[in-house]
Design a protein around this ligand. Sequence first.
Ligand code: IMP
Length: 423
Amino acid sequence: MAVDLLLGLQWGDEGKGKIVDVLTSNYNIIARFQGGPNAGHTLEFDGIKHVLRTIPSGIFHKNSINIIGNGVVIDPVVFVKELEGLDQFDIDYKSKLIISRKAHIILPTHRLLDAASETAKGKAKIGSTLKGIGPTYMDKTGRNGLRIGDLELTDWKDKYRALANKHQAMIDFYDVDIQYDLEELEEEFFDSIKILKTLQFIDSEEYLHQAQKDGKSILAEGAQGSLLDIDFGTYPFVTSSNTTAAGACTGLGVAPNKIGEVYGIFKAYTTRVGSGPFPTELFDSIGEDMARIGHEFGAVTGRPRRCGWLDLVALKYACQVNGVTQLMMMKSDVLSGFKTLKVCTAYNYKGETIQHLPYNIEAENIKPIYTEFKGWKEDLTKMTEASQLPSELNNYIDFLEKELEIPIKIVSVGPDRTQTIHR
Ligand code: IMP
């Protein structure tokens, strides 16, 4: 069986949690392959809203196994809080949730380092979620990291101590005012590790290989979005992992020729949280309306998200890099009531019209060129069939499908599982 992928195509927050949840009943296994608790995957069903950080979004479905792959970074403290949040749902996570021994661990000092590094950057800060993601991946590629499998060894605390000492020296080097009580942080960390160790640790690449041979269906769940990819995103305003399709191969140990469908998720408009270039950003009341109607506040940090028109140039780029086979358009309902809608179809780049994402998309180099569409007034949130969608929305969808040459298979019209139109 091939492994299907689900990826965000913009700057994250596209609504991946909802779609994984909608698709989960079709899959035996859901596997997260990168990122960590910087993600906040929101799911809504039966009148309940729940945000997942590290745990795959299949956890609420009875029959799915959920894997945290080797490409993920895990903060035991956040993770245990996440488990506690699941208690109300009576989920047997000891059998449904398994963790790769090769996944790396976020230490309390990784979080402190994140804060020190961002503070030292001043105005040039990335707008990190400050969850320790960057420093943990730095230790991974620097070959110093602490991994889940280390917790099964007797000397893991020595390794921990050496790493934490190094981090403290680095925090001092930054020479910024970061207040912390390491003893207190460590107490919480070690307590959380005790709980974490009650879960199953596995060689997940082997597990997934066998599962494929046994004909199990597998969905790899991405976090963040393609434009935050460490290689292909708007560097340096990116996260520290490969959020694109190739990240699923390295983050799970799945061979490229075993990838099946690539589901690309995008919002009917664009948002970004944190710093960095955003060519179609709106600074007027239209942007404010989008943020208000779309409840555009970060699921992890609560920060307001920046809003703007759909950027087709960037979306095309993301589709290319990922090899997207099916598209899913989220939050279409948020655009109801806007008289005119705009889609950026090209950039004016240093006086030239271009249709690709150049090396540097800072505002001073780029002016978006828009195609305008007539908006629709209808409330979409109660619609259940594609035949009910207003003609103006169908025009919008047809245009995007033609430009991207990929079918839009799902149009989401609200946060709930049921507010999902299949085409
Ligand atoms: P970090 O990964 O927490 O270091 O953050 C790096 C950049 O990625 C910042 O601009 C964050 O706002 C952004 N980012 C990280 N995770 C997410 C996410 O799940 N959704 C949206 N933006 C994110």
